[in-house]
Design a protein around this ligand. Structure first.
Ligand code: NAD
Length: 290
């Protein structure tokens, strides 16, 4: 397929490289990132998008997505698909979808989970919002870049699924970390804590697959000095998006709200920027109730 790829950073670079490896023709555009081998560098986002059957964007936020969409939508061919895989606010995803549909394009919001490792290995999960017709066109590309693509519903449904998942993840990570810190103070060995919880009703992905305690459970960023992994500031971004969305639809999300506030404090005031999001454990370790 002829693909335009805009935003070739930590995630977009390896995703685009996998498309080239699978035999697709990719024109790429990024303001700063280098082009992976085999990708033709376009001079602008519009140039990357012109004549493409599918345009994929992997950008930092909704405001940038909207400005790139303004640039590419007018030059895209009728019936081509604009597929945004960035994590952005639901309102931006829906606004871009309306704009693209009005211009005769197909459109998907298709954020991912799986991180940089998943992008490199081609094992991402795509959560997709948009029409069946658009999903069918891009599905072979999802199969190259990922191991699973779930069609979640109409435009915005992909972003909705992503922020709900990550709200659970953020809240659960905090609960796991505070429980380890409490167990420490109660004199409970961390390995014993893991052995019990990972096979009891407190188990979760954060405990069983991504344990925040170094030397316990499977290898995780905790075993690598809390180098990300999934950075605390990205968790803060996703939690903030979940709270924006919750405000927009008047949903009561007290745990998500508190998790967002704790990650904000951690990132902005407590040295958490650049640390993995599981570094909440050393944060809790050092604190008392006061
Ligand atoms: P990144 O900052 O490494 O990459 C973003 C790229 O977009 C950069 O290379 C930047 O130069 C480029 N860019 C910015 N404005 C542009 C413009 N106007 N035109 C062209 N290029 C432009 O970020 P990333 O880690 O690759 O994340 C991308 C998206 O994926 C984000 O929305 C993020 O929330 C989401 N995400 C990231 C992870 C992760 O683990 N890194 C996991 C899941 C989802």
């Amino acid at each position: 397929m002829k693909i335009g790829f805009i935003g070739l950073g930590n995630m977009g670079g390896p995703m685009a490289a996998n498309l080239v490896r699978a035999g697709h023709e990719v024109a790429g555009f990024d303001l700063v990132a280098p082009m992976p081998e085999g990708i033709v560098r376009a001079g602008s986002a519009a140039e990357a998008a012109r004549g493409a059957e599918v345009v994929i964007t992997m950008l930092p936020n909704g405001a940038i997505l909207r400005s790139v969409a303004d640039e590419v939508i007018p030059v895209m061919s009728q019936g081509a698909v604009l597929c945004d895989s960035s994590t952005v606010d639901v309102a931006s995803a829906r606004a871009v979808a309306d704009q693209a549909a009005a211009a005769g394009l197909l459109v998907l919001d298709a954020p991912v989970s799986g991180g940089i490792g998943g992008a490199v290995a081609g094992t991402l999960t795509f959560m997709v919002g948009g029409t069946e017709a658009a999903f069918a066109v891009v599905q072979p590309l999802f199969a190259v870049m990922g191991q699973k693509a779930v069609h979640c519903g109409a435009s915005g449904a992909g972003q909705s699924a992503k922020i709900c998942n990550n709200m659970i993840l953020g809240v659960t990570m905090i609960a796991t970390c505070e429980a380890f810190a409490l167990a420490d103070k109660l004199g409970l060995d961390r390995q014993k804590m893991f052995d019990v919880v990972s096979t009891s009703s407190g188990y979760s992905w954060t405990m069983n697959a991504y344990c925040p305690a170094p030397g316990v459970g499977p290898k995780s960023p905790a075993d690598n000095g809390y180098k990300p992994g999934f950075a605390a500031e990205l968790m803060l971004k996703d939690l903030s998006l979940s709270q924006m969305a919750a405000e927009g639809v008047n949903a009561d999300t007290p745990m998500g709200q508190l998790a967002a506030a704790l990650y904000r404090q951690f990132v902005e005031d407590e040295g958490g920027r650049g640390m993995d999001f599981s570094a909440m454990l050393p944060r809790f370790e050092g604190r008392g109730r006061g």
